[in-house]
Design a protein around this ligand. Structure first.
Ligand SMILES: NC(=O)NCCC(=O)O
Length: 385
């Protein structure tokens, strides 16, 4: 399907219904407790000028008697690759930096405190090709590479925490490559990094040709705007990965992704949303957008003829509150910024209400898991004798 024939979004189709029907359906499917944010005219005008779809969503939270509200604005940004995939790397990087700078400027105008980009945001998602050149050249130091240096200036300028998922080159340890999210704090300082824990081996996602499973565990980054963690793309299919970030105290978990319609679209609205409910934190799922075509054909090992693209990255980035209420999705076809306003107090309120954490029986799972990973494990199946 070509990009022109892709439909814009589920919400766009819902717009065709009467207001009453649309609201009834949205209340059932997305939850009721949201509101639109007021955004300055300047930020709205800038978004228009930069061709960025700007959507907002506020999540309601009760006032407490003993704790002050902890209100945070979060921006998530999805974007297309702005040049042909085979463009010169320095030119591509320059064009990507321009797109990110524009989006961050709009986000700053909208009062965003924490901002996250999509997976491997500053390059084409070339891991379908299995070619090492030139793609490995995009890899750079997490702490001192050009992308972190570039974003650190903006983080400081706008007093904004920025999460930057990139292809990392560990120059200290054997030049190895990793799929990594870098966290830069609101003073422009490097706070740390997380390496993708689960590497896909499905469809054209040949990422294991380039990098290995991450070795950084489940870090949670304490920032002035709350405790954040990053569950990179394919990790969203792994409930224990989400669980571990929750156990380490995350209040907001980001899922920067790159995934295509034919493979995962029916799962997209479920997994990050379910993780928010199960773990009592906010989640933010960010998918890239557009179709990226490569110069050389590649095969998928599934009998289909060789081809030059992954298929359509369907965007549809969205946010979910710990009570399961979610925002609308961004477009399936355009660059977009979703700005959410949330109160971190809701995490504890939902835990108190539902008791999922209190009832989760970690003791039973802790007992089972060491047994399961033994090669001679016998599943606990009871059969009629
Ligand atoms: N980037 C990545 O891990 N994609 C895998 C496909 C998916 O998880 O939908």
């Amino acid at each position: 399907m070509s990009e022109n024939t892709e439909f814009k979004s589920v919400e766009h189709i819902l717009e065709k219904l009467s207001i009453d029907d649309k609201n009834t359906i949205k209340n059932v499917l997305y939850g009721k407790n949201t509101y639109e944010l007021t955004i300055s005219k300047d930020a709205l005008d800038l978004a228009k000028q930069f061709n960025i779809e700007l959507k907002t969503c506020g999540f309601q939270c009760q006032k407490e008697q003993t704790r002050l509200p902890k209100v945070v604005r979060v921006g998530i940004f999805q974007h297309k690759t702005p040049r042909e995939t085979w463009a010169n790397i320095l030119e591509m990087r320059e064009a990507m930096f321009k797109i990110a700078a524009n989006a961050i400027e709009v986000a700053a105008g909208a009062g965003v405190n924490v901002f996250c980009l999509q997976e491997a945001w500053n390059m084409p998602f070339a891991f379908c090709t299995r070619e090492k050149q030139p793609w490995c050249e995009y890899a750079e130091s997490a702490q001192n590479g050009p992308t972190t240096i570039f974003l650190a200036v903006l983080a400081k300028k706008y007093n904004m925490v920025i999460i930057s998922p990139i292809l990392e080159r560990d120059e200290v340890r054997n030049d190895t490559i990793w799929n990594t999210a870098v966290v830069i704090d609101n003073h422009g300082d490097y706070l740390g990094k997380h390496r993708k824990n689960h590497i896909p081996r499905v469809g054209d996602f040949n990422e294991s040709t380039y990098y290995f499973e991450g070795d950084t565990g489940h870090p949670v980054f304490e920032t002035e705007f709350g405790r954040i963690a990053i569950n990179i793309c394919y990790g969203r299919h792994h409930p224990l990965n989400w669980l571990a970030f929750g156990l380490n105290g995350a209040q907001m978990v980001f899922n920067p992704s790159a995934t295509v319609g034919a493979l995962s679209e029916p799962l997209w609205g479920i997994e990050a949303r379910n993780a928010a409910v199960a773990n009592g934190y906010y989640t933010f799922a960010i998918n890239r957008v557009g179709t990226e075509t490569f110069k050389n054909e590649f095969t998928s090992g599934d009998g289909k003829s060789a081809h030059k693209d992954f298929g359509h990255f369907y965007g549809s980035s969205y946010a979910t509150a710990p009570n399961g209420t979610r925002s609308e999705g961004l477009s399936r076809t355009e660059n977009g910024l979703l700005v959410t306003q949330l109160d971190l107090n809701l995490c504890r309120q939902v835990k108190d209400h539902w008791g999922f954490q209190m009832t989760q029986r970690l003791d039973m799972y802790a007992d089972l898991l060491p047994k399961v990973i033994k090669h001679d494990y016998q599943p606990q199946i009871i059969k009629k004798q």
